[in-house]
Design a binder for this molecule. Sequence first.
Ligand SMILES: [Fe+2]
Ligand SMILES: [Fe+2]
Length: 271
Amino acid sequence: MSLTIEQEQGARKFLSDLREEIRNHAGVGHSILGRMKTDPRSRFDFKVLAGQHFPLVGNFTRYMELLLLNAPDSEAKCWLAKVLVDEYGERSDGEDHAEHYKKFMHAAGHNPGDEDCIPLHPEVVSFIREHYRISTEEPFLVGLGALGPGHEWSIPAMFELAVGGLRKAGFAESEIAYWTMHLDQDADHGAWLEEALVKYCVEDGNRELIRKGALLSLDARERFWWGVTDKIVAESTRRNLPPGTSATSEQGQLTLRELRKTWHIEARLKE
Ligand SMILES: [Fe+2]
Ligand SMILES: [Fe+2]
């Protein structure tokens, strides 16, 4: 389908307004990120953050793979497939992004092999559940809005703030490569995405679906950052408790390993 000049201009205007809306969303400029320069975070805080953020990194490709199955045409599939190839490690020495993230976790103080044994704040679990729901139950364009603009346009802005805080906390560049490589890769993903989105953004109904997905994702993101903030406070308190005192804040919190055991995500024929 080729667009008239007016249609293309209208679509690009919508997309640039959406970018602006995302940049200003509370999930992107959350206070835990925005204050990293004035209120530096310790390595311990980043250890807690690392453990809560890992499940998001580890599940992201699965949402994308599910969305790919529902994509209506090869053009949309092409964007998803190109991003997936990066996620599988094409531009990171063959190591997928979750493996890369583990290096940061180890630098932050997690033991190799324990990455998926960390009790997760309920908002972390909710974020993942919401993205599986969006990528399997919502219309394709809502899913594209969540994983496209909701992720690729927000991550460089969030990670830039995080990288500032990580450097202040004393992490070496080699330890935070996961974060810095996303500044470039997601700028590319976001640009490819913009080209893939233009043709969908002519009709108002489609625009609403894409915007809805982006906002669903960012609303969940905002709650995720509140969860991380809460977890940092709880872990810092627990760390300072006198020996022998028990803290109960983790009771009932699931680990990623437990989630993987109990959640089953299927693609199957229904007749
Ligand atoms: Fe990634
Ligand atoms: Fe990306």
